[in-house]
Design a protein around this ligand. Structure first.
Ligand SMILES: CC(C)(COP(=O)(O)OP(=O)(O)OC[C@H]1O[C@@H](n2cnc3c(N)ncnc32)[C@H](O)[C@@H]1OP(=O)(O)O)[C@@H](O)C(=O)NCCC(=O)NCCS
Length: 193
């Protein structure tokens, strides 16, 4: 069975991706206890974290995702200069997708927006996805999520528009990137590790 990197490599000297540990629980709680963050991540009703135990369970689920599919993961986006966890970047299955595609996602703590951290982390996850042999990745978001759409555009995703979303409820703004598009953007990703 192919082995995949545990963590996407970044080319940035400003952020690195790493696995979450239990020591991150206070920051994870501060991030996922905020409606202004969580309202963009899932369908309502929004499930805000309220305790350290909630945050630890979330960290455990992040690790379980990677065990289930070693190409996938939910990684901490750490600011190299300060060690602060700015937020998360992820590669995860698109729920209920008959083509079993994967999606890239990101969210930052409000204290860490406006520095380009999400874009650098997302680009690393994009490159990781193709290095792991995926043929296509998606990004799905609420149609009015302009900051997130800007991240998708900055990492070179192709906008498909607002489409009925069979995976979540209602409609979503879809972005895609194929292996060919990725190669045209950054050069051949090379064989899967
Ligand atoms: C979506 C989200 C991650 C975008 O955050 P963001 O800070 O705008 O994105 P980036 O980290 O890539 O930063 C880009 C911004 O930093 C600015 N910036 C400042 N210094 C920079 C630098 N050195 N390099 C690059 N960009 C820099 C850019 O100009 C840009 O600002 P602008 O949009 O005003 O032009 C954030 O809004 C968020 O977490 N939202 C809530 C959760 C969410 O919606 N997640 C996505 C669900 S699909």
């Amino acid at each position: 069975m192919a082995r995949f990197p545990d963590v996407p490599a970044t080319t940035s000297d400003r952020v690195r991706l790493r696995r979450f540990t239990e020591a991150d629980a206070p920051r994870v709680l501060d991030l996922h206890g905020r409606i202004e963050v969580v309202r963009w991540l899932d369908d309502p009703p929004f499930d805000l974290q309220v305790s350290r135990a909630d945050a630890v369970r979330w960290i455990d689920r992040a690790h379980t995702l990677q065990i289930t599919d070693p190409r996938c993961g939910v990684w901490a986006v750490e600011v190299v200069a300060t060690g602060v966890v700015a937020g998360t970047a992820l590669l995860a299955p698109v729920p209920n997708d008959p083509r079993e595609r994967r999606q890239i996602g990101w969210h930052l703590h409000p204290d860490s927006v406006g520095h380009g951290y999400a874009t650098e982390a997302a680009a690393a996850v994009r490159d990781h996805a193709f290095a792991c042999g995926l043929d296509e990745v998606l990004v799905l978001m609420y149609a009015d999520n302009a900051p997130s759409a800007a991240v998708a555009r900055r990492i070179g995703m192709t906008e498909l528009g607002v489409l009925p979303d069979p995976y979540y409820s209602g409609e979503s703004l879809f972005f895609t990137m194929t292996r060919d598009e990725h190669e045209a953007l950054v050069g051949a990703a090379g064989p899967p590790p």
